[in-house]
Design a protein around this ligand. Structure first.
Ligand code: FES
Length: 188
């Protein structure tokens, strides 16, 4: 009788929309979350990729990722490790979109950080990210203020947690409807 392998290793390649980073707040993210046609996936990053993804990815960007995967028969768990990624963000489109209202003064570190860990996501973190993305797009502020996903901020029961940079102002229990008010407060 042929003995079946407990773990099946193979290569993978997928495309999807970048949802956010997963990792400790303040450190380089170890994993990213990507929404694919088969659902959302957590993908571990090779160490050498961790710095570069933070530089280029924003929630909503299309990404193409390839690497190696391990499937454990016993548990049915599939682990993905990215060896290469390519952002397919429409860079040119972003440059030509005209501002619809007066943009905030360029602040080099102006950004909104939304916790992407499961507890905050269950409490509405994803909708908060969407609301921030829509607000930035409607105002034509994409080049002035960045949206970034973060890891756990240790306020899990009070999620969704959001931090406004460079002020480092932290908010908990954020409702998506509050986003316009908070954005005006910090960036106008
Ligand atoms: S899950 Fe968001 S703060 Fe812990």
């Amino acid at each position: 009788m042929v003995k079946q392998k407990k773990t099946i290793k193979s290569k993978f390649s997928l495309e999807g929309r970048f949802v956010g980073f997963i990792g400790d707040f303040g450190k380089q993210p170890k994993r990213i979350r990507v929404a694919t046609s088969d659902g959302e996936r957590n993908i571990k990053l090779l160490k050498k990729l961790r710095g570069s993804v933070v530089e280029v990815l924003e929630p909503g960007d299309w990404v193409q990722i390839s690497g190696k995967q391990k499937y454990k028969r016993k548990t049915g768990k599939l682990k993905l490790k990215a060896h290469q990624f390519q952002s397919m963000a429409p860079v040119q489109q972003k440059k030509v979109s005209p501002p619809q209202t007066a943009a905030p003064k360029p602040k080099t570190k102006a950004c909104v950080m939304v916790c992407q860990k499961s507890s905050c996501r269950k409490r509405g973190g994803r909708k908060v990210s969407q609301s921030v993305t829509e607000y930035l797009r409607d105002r034509g502020w994409e080049n002035q203020v960045k949206l970034r996903g973060t890891g756990c901020m240790k306020q899990c029961k009070k999620g969704p947690c959001v931090v406004f940079m460079p002020d480092k102002s932290r908010y908990v229990n954020v409702d998506p409807k509050q986003v316009p008010t908070l954005m005006e407060k910090h960036f106008s």
